[in-house]
Design a protein around this ligand. Sequence first.
Ligand code: HEC
Ligand code: HEC
Ligand code: HEC
Ligand code: HEC
Ligand code: HEC
Length: 455
Amino acid sequence: MRRRMALVGVMFLVAGTMIAATVHKVGDAALGTIPYGRFEKNEVCAQCHTDIAQQYAQSLMSKSFTHQWDEAEYFELAVPHAEKLAKVAGVKAGCNGCHAPLAFLAGDIPPKRPEEGSRANEGVSCDVCHSITGFEGKIPFNFNYIIEPGDTKQGVRTGTESPYHKIHANPFLASTEFCGTCHNEKDPWGMWVKATQLEWKRSPQGRAGITCQQCHMPAAPGNSAPNAGGQHHPDVRQHLFHGAHWPDMLNGAVSVAIVGSSDTVRPGKQTRLIATVMNIKAGHMIPSGSAEERVVWLDVNATDAAGHVYHIKVDRKGFKGENLTISSPGTMAYQDIGDIKGIKNFPGLERDGDVPAGDRIFRLPYLDDRGRMTVAQWNTASFGPDYRLAPLKAINETFTWELPKEIAPGPLTVTATVWYSRVVSSVARYMGLSEAEYMPVRMGQSALHLMVTTN
Ligand code: HEC
Ligand code: HEC
Ligand code: HEC
Ligand code: HEC
Ligand code: HEC
């Protein structure tokens, strides 16, 4: 046994030197360096890793090239823009470095549309992640992963065996840098248009060492390959990858509490309400990642004893760029869509979609080189104020409200709700997306009971 171990050790050493000697092209330079045939299909892995494969198939990760909004943004905005403007020419291939790694590595650019059924559709597949051995440089970003597909699958455990493939225990897969290679992105203008892993590093969870994997791939007792000789472990990584596309992940990720300055209020008189909003579950900003297109907002309404509903507008704080964080129906943005599509005098689209007037929006405005808000993250030349919800930090919003004279005496219920929409509704409708892509999801809600008195 000893001797066998030693032999294996020598073999690993030899293999290690061979790997070190091979030059692996990374990031943009990896384009066209690995043919499709070198990667195995998910169906192969699914034969033994049945449950993991089912979980993964349910996640957005498995649809990283095929789901509707990805297809629309890539083919209708990014590709035409890249062909028109030299500054952003790189995204025609680059988007695929994260969304369709197989196509990028094979040099199949642009990949065929999803309906044609090419291997680009496999997106971020099992064999993509389990062939990543490390990353190049100091900061993980822009698909700077080192990828070595083959018989050896990268895992984390030592002492496990598979009848089908070799296993290399690689601590890199347990690191957040692994995720950061795709979840941090710098655009052609040098802006950090995605910084989920960088945000995490500064977060209380990051400082406590609670990784992406712990929240997005939680550990549960089980066996990842029960019918192929797999072992039982107390902590098998569940391949859920739930995020903004999983309502249950959004529900409760933000908490909101609302109080008034007194328990009784009078018609025609002013009262002041304070809402405290907090990101209690995410180890990064909310929204994170694709923040250019997400809308997270706080909506406050009061219902009187007669059932009339009054909408209450947030107070201004007076910081620079604040206008971009308060909903203003009729204000237009996203005019760069017109430039991309070659539409003359394109007026733009409603900046805030369906968000009611005067609601606070927790967002990071992405601005193009003319200072207009954009959903094209690759076209971001600067940012507005970062008014998102930082992990385990609270923001207070106040509401100075003059009660209508006609408000009904009796109980008054004030509700504060934080909503999440994955794509600004105006953009989603313009791009022809199904409602499922932008329907608001409730993150948190609370109610305050007041009494309207007239004496
Ligand atoms: C014939 C069955 C079989 C097939 C096919 C198979 N595996 Fe495995 N794999 C196993 C077994 C058994 C283990 C060991 C599980 C254990 O004991 O924890 C394993 C372990 C793993 C591990 C965990 C390594 C570790 O210990 O951390 C990874 C990662 C993995 N497989 C990836 C893949 C991928 C990716 C594919 C498809 C390209 C695949 N496997 C196909 C049977 C299989
Ligand atoms: C090879 C690139 C790549 C790697 C590595 C990667 N991801 Fe992703 N991930 C993506 C892409 C691309 C999407 C978006 C898919 C889409 O838009 O359809 C995504 C989506 C997600 C989502 C879903 C977000 C939502 O809005 O629902 C979560 C959660 C996630 N990834 C977590 C992780 C974690 C945790 C890791 C590390 C263990 C990781 N990812 C590693 C590329 C990657
Ligand atoms: C403490 C738990 C926790 C940790 C740690 C964590 N996340 Fe999340 N993540 C969440 C929750 C909860 C959500 C849902 C709220 C949201 O969408 O912002 C989320 C959402 C996301 C989303 C969707 C964001 C959006 O708004 O589109 C992505 C992508 C993601 N996480 C990736 C990561 C990556 C990558 C890491 C590590 C660098 C990480 N997460 C670390 C809990 C966590
Ligand atoms: C986005 C990257 C990503 C994708 C896609 C992915 N995995 Fe994993 N997988 C990981 C990471 C990271 C770990 C180890 C996490 C840790 O232990 O910290 C892991 C762990 C595993 C394990 C070991 C589980 C355990 O804890 O014993 C198996 C087996 C596995 N993956 C198989 C698969 C299969 C099969 C697929 C496709 C159906 C797949 N993976 C898709 C990132 C990925
Ligand atoms: C560095 C890796 C990377 C690059 C490059 C990249 N993306 Fe993404 N993209 C991601 C990740 C990771 C997510 C998921 C983030 C989240 O949910 O917050 C994502 C999300 C998206 C989404 C949102 C999907 C949804 O419904 O929530 C779209 C659309 C998209 N990307 C299109 C593109 C286009 C078009 C390009 C090229 C201009 C591009 N991406 C370049 C990693 C990347």
